[in-house]
Design a protein around this ligand. Structure first.
Ligand code: BDP
Length: 711
């Protein structure tokens, strides 16, 4: 061995040694580490002697490749890919066929069935994408150490467009991103392809995510130039073999900025032609382009209303341009005007319900889960019960803009489920059995929408572990799994994720799952209990319930909680803004009476006197204090639980989360003190026993917050 060869081997061995010591989180839930139990490995290996694929399409190729990678890691053996099994058994066959499945269960175009027939695992699907999802599902089965002796899984996605929305900017920053910069290196594309793009696609495909909007909804016009379309096309090329289509956010005024026109009026013939040509150009560059996402007349963005046209006029104009192609227009319902007297809660309903029935068939209206803006807890948006003739897409926020950025551990599946499982009480023509849940509106079963969508605002970034907080990977995971099947429980998803990502040790799995399931309520308790909302400083991180100065009243904190000497909370009943009237009578009945309104929603709908007894038997003031104090204390419980799992979790990940929990505890105390000291000025009540008065003063906390406001 010469000197060069020797140093190559030394470096290689060093790399292997260090990488097996620590886990940097890059591999997400696709770790494929060797299964420790040799008997289990053998039992899997008996049915994994080959991978048979009948065709050589790019998506099937990805499926076979992923199976190979997964089996190599999990079983420690290399499994050959063959094109014809010639009747051999003992392998895995990917069978893409139009024939009905063996047991007659129906699959939709992207669904799959996994069954064992004569010692062969057959993954049946109608499309190559279905085979890919089936392959990942089979691997998940092994990763979670389930038996495959009598494996029988049939699954089809309930929603057609399952996508991430990236709020990524051309300069590499991410609006509301807390995990580094953008994954997309716009200045290097299209010539340089970061290998990470492929891993991004693999991770999404493993969940069934089939679309990605690569740029911010506050869009740059640049994405409508040929220069940038070529960059986007290069990304699309990487994502295509994983069944993922790219979408673009649109800057409404692009015909002016890019096209040099004098107007962006959707009814102007020149503008219409410009969009028709632009869409054609997009499809030339990206033949399977997914569609356009639009934020218009919202938070200062231009839109059709600038020309006295409606949202429907705008959306329909784009839909016309999209007519020759298999793509959609996704129009966001996140709108609210700067009206000091109005209740922002009511804005989207007021603007959109009059347009129901007026949208082109290619349009989906994308609605945030709640009426305000991704708060830690919101009632479901009243739009879900009131747009019977318009496909409504769900928009969840995975990135933790209002959930403590990357320092607070908040598992979001319970938040997503709470909304999806809410009963709108709307009557639909599809009328599936049971409650008319938000999920059934979104999946189209209630109203028979032909196109359906669920989007999650991504929490990914250039950080090595993708999401900043290692536990935030679970939120990406949970979003994807629920977009595929909203009937999965938050617990089942957490359990899967922990097994695939952190540990198989049963006690620890239970402990971490439990921690995850409680984490969102703990956060709400110290942050916005009983229906308080939006107490944020400018960056949406630090507590600032006293904030009262802003160019718009609905950008202040006092607008939302309305604390005064009489009480706290926003009266949205008939004596107040009457936003409650936007819900079906059955929902109104649940929330309209302060005596019976469930505590999580109380202050969303009622201005409640400080000394009023609430359903726990405490006065409102005492109940609020109890929540702030026990919420902050519960972070200590989280720390203790996490400390217990140290022996069975990778040391690097364990230490990282330990640090973040310590930070979270500090900040939870800070939230608690800010709220109780501020509200006490109005409530004029002592802190109830056994809780102790904060040692710092309100001024101390305010000074702390100022640090986060400094330039
Ligand atoms: C708000 C975010 C802002 C987004 C906006 C939106 O603070 O950055 O642009 O939502 O969804 O929550 O358009």
């Amino acid at each position: 061995m010469n000197y060069k060869q020797a140093s190559f081997w030394i470096i290689t061995l060093l790399c292997i040694a260090t990488s097996s010591q620590a886990d940097d989180g890059y591999r997400l839930w696709l770790k494929y580490d060797l299964i420790k139990d040799a008997a289990k490995r053998d039992s899997y290996a008996r049915s994994a002697q080959f991978i048979a694929v009948s065709s050589n399409g790019p998506i099937l190729k990805s499926a076979a490749e992923e199976l190979q990678t997964g089996l190599q890691g999990l079983l420690g053996k290399s499994v050959p890919v063959i094109t014809n099994s010639n009747g051999k058994t003992g392998g895995i066959t990917l069978s893409v066929t139009d024939a009905p499945t063996a047991d007659g269960q129906s699959l939709n175009n992207e669904g799959y069935q996994i069954a064992k027939r004569q010692n062969t695992i057959v993954i049946t699907s109608k499309s190559d994408a279905g085979a890919l999802y089936g392959a990942f599902a089979f691997l998940r089965h092994l990763q979670t150490l389930q038996s495959i002796d009598a494996i029988s899984v049939t699954s089809s996605p309930k929603v057609k467009y399952r996508m991430l929305n990236h709020w990524d900017n051309v300069n590499g920053t991410i609006e509301r991103g807390y995990a580094g910069g953008s994954l997309w290196k716009w200045y290097e594309l299209p010539e340089t392809i970061d290998p990470r793009y492929k891993d991004y696609a693999r991770a999404n495909a493993s969940l069934g995510i089939n679309g990605t909007v690569v740029n911010n909804v506050n869009a740059s016009a640049r994405f409508m130039t040929n220069e940038y379309l070529q960059k986007v096309a290069a990304l699309a090329k990487v994502f295509r073999p994983y069944g993922i289509r790219v979408y673009l956010s649109v800057y409404w005024a692009a015909p002016k900025t890019v096209g040099g026109l004098k107007t962006a009026d959707p009814l102007d013939p020149e503008v219409r032609k410009w969009w028709t040509d632009k869409v054609k150009e997009i499809y030339q560059a990206i033949p399977d382009f997914g569609g356009l996402l639009v934020k218009a007349n919202s938070e200062g963005e231009p839109g059709p209303q600038d020309y006295n046209r409606t949202h429907a006029d705008g959306a329909n104009m784009l839909a016309e341009a999209m007519k020759p192609y298999d793509g959609v227009v996704i129009w966001r319902a996140f709108v609210y005007k700067a009206d000091p007297k109005a209740d922002r809660f009511k804005a989207a309903y007021e603007e959109f319900t009059p347009l129901d029935g007026q949208f082109n068939k290619k349009v989906i209206v994308q609605v945030k889960n709640g009426p305000i803006d991704f708060q830690p807890r919101e009632p479901f948006s009243p739009l879900f019960g009131n747009m019977l003739q318009t496909p409504l897409g769900m928009e969840f926020q995975i990135t933790q803009e209002y959930l403590g950025f990357a320092t607070h551990w908040v598992y979001e599946a319970p938040l997503f489920k709470e909304c999806l499982d809410s009963d709108t009480y709307v009557k639909g023509k599809g009328s599936p059995s049971g409650a008319a849940t938000v999920a059934k509106v979104v999946d189209g079963s209630l109203h028979g929408y032909p196109i359906t969508a669920m989007a999650g605002v991504a929490n990914t970034g250039s950080d090595r572990n993708w999401t900043g907080h290692p536990m935030a990977q679970a939120n990406w995971y949970a979003f994807g799994r629920l977009a595929w099947d909203h009937t999965l429980s938050a617990e089942a998803i957490a359990n899967e994720w922990v097994n695939m990502t952190l540990t198989h040790e049963p006690q620890a799995v239970k402990r971490i799952t439990d921690l995850m399931l409680r984490s969102r309520d703990i956060y709400v308790d110290y942050n916005t209990p009983l229906g308080l909302s939006r107490p944020w400083a400018g960056v949406h991180f630090a507590p600032e319930p006293w904030q009262s100065k802003s160019p718009r009243p609905d950008w202040t904190a006092v607008y939302y909680h309305r604390a005064d000497s009489a009480g706290v909370g926003f009266d949205r009943t008939a004596t107040g803004s009457n936003a409650l009237a936007q819900y079906r009578p059955e929902v109104q009945r649940q929330w309209s009476n302060a005596e019976t309104c469930p505590l999580p929603y109380l202050l969303w709908f009622h201005h409640v006197p400080w000394t009023k007894k609430v359903s726990t038997g405490r006065t409102l003031w005492d109940e609020l204090c109890t929540r702030f104090y026990t919420g902050a204390d519960s972070v200590t419980w989280m720390q203790q639980q996490w400390a217990q799992v140290k022996p069975v979790v990778d040391p690097e990940i364990h230490a990282d989360v330990t640090g973040r929990l310590a930070n979270q505890h500090k900040e939870a105390l800070w939230w608690r003190d800010a709220w109780v000291l501020y509200l006490q000025e109005y409530a004029k009540q002592p802190i109830p026993a056994p809780f102790k008065k904060p040692e710092r003063t309100l001024d101390d906390v305010k000074k702390l917050v100022e640090i986060y406001q400094m330039r």
